[in-house]
Design a protein around this ligand. Structure first.
Ligand code: PLP
Length: 305
């Protein structure tokens, strides 16, 4: 249904790597599909297959007005022949931002609801109301994380990636971290960088791993130092870093997830967090569609593909 493109591993070159005795590479999942980009491709693939198997004709999901997940789900639904419904947080959200316009172009029906109601989105009462309003649907949760999504993110790492000592990835809901935790090898360490403010994510991840029956063979680490004020928040130093990173390596990042992760990795390299001999693989989880909306919102033009 969804056809993946090859995702290259790019080795980055910089004098600091030699000085620290490490290697840094990046897995370009952002290139896996032009519209269903990054980790969202892996989170959606088994869900689409399951929806087909159950004979569903409609996908319904939730997200914010700039959501990568909404953007990806709208495109995936269109290409797999599903009707799609996006329940969007905020009745006053901008329905003409680039993410929303793309979703509409893909045929997604958008339903804007107030933040209070949005918080109830997982209650049976609310889901029942949605069924009355839209008819039967296959539900994909906010951010796309469920058991089948994790089965998908378990497929991100391939044998050839087992030569790396450290795998670095951004954390939102943690579905991608969970899949990677399940697939890393004994000699590997997975370092997650939370894009949300707070330590709660550490317990949240433990709960999720237990819930999905995942016991990692490798080492797990969650870093909560690089949220830049919280989800969707940023500081000038993050933007400066992303622009520098693009100039240096010709790779665009997004300000919500991959920019914070790469900033974190760069800082940890500086602090000798990675021992000499480390081979580090950063996962580029995509999210570049958001850079257009970011420009509209902030006036800051970020590099894109
Ligand atoms: C959704 C997203 C994430 C977070 O993935 P989770 O599985 O929710 O942790 C990370 N990076 C990008 C670019 C994303 O779009």
């Amino acid at each position: 249904m969804l056809q993946p493109q090859p995702v290259p591993v790019q080795d980055l070159l910089h004098p600091i790597f030699e000085e620290k005795g490490i290697q840094l590479s990046i897995l370009r999942l952002d290139l896996v599909h032009p519209e269903v980009s990054g980790n969202k491709f892996f989170k959606l693939k088994h869900n689409l297959a399951e929806a087909k198997k159950q004979g569903k004709r409609t996908l319904l999901t939730f997200g914010g007005a700039f959501s990568n997940h909404i953007y990806a789900t709208a495109s995936a639904a269109q290409s797999a022949g599903f009707r799609s419904i996006g329940v969007i947080r905020g009745e006053d959200a901008d329905e003409y931002n680039p993410t929303m316009l793309h979703a509409k172009e893909m045929g997604m029906e958008l339903n804007f609801i107030d933040r209070e109601t949005y918080r109830q989105k997982n209650t049976p009462e609310f889901l029942e109301k949605l069924k009355i309003q839209f008819g039967d649907f296959y539900l994909i949760p906010e951010g796309g994380t469920n058991e089948l999504a994790v089965r998908g993110t378990e497929e991100i790492l391939e044998k050839s990636h087992f030569t790396f000592t450290d795998i670095c990835v951004s954390i939102g809901t943690g579905g991608t971290f969970a899949g990677l935790a399940s697939s890393i090898q004994e000699h590997q360490r997975l370092v997650g960088f939370s894009s949300l403010k707070g330590e709660f994510i550490i317990q949240e991840m433990e709960k999720m791993l237990t819930g999905f029956g995942i016991q990692s063979r490798g080492k797990l680490e969650i870093n909560t130092d690089f949220h830049f004020g919280g989800y969707g928040k940023f500081k000038p130093e993050l933007i400066d870093f992303m622009i520098w990173f693009h100039r240096e390596f010709k790779i665009p990042l997004d300000p919500v997830y991959t920019g914070k992760m790469a900033f974190g990795v760069w800082n940890l390299i500086g602090e000798n967090h990675f021992l000499p001999g480390s081979k580090i693989l950063m996962i580029h989880t995509g999210g570049l569609q958001g850079n257009l909306g970011f420009k509209e919102k902030t006036g800051i033009k970020l590099p894109t593909l």
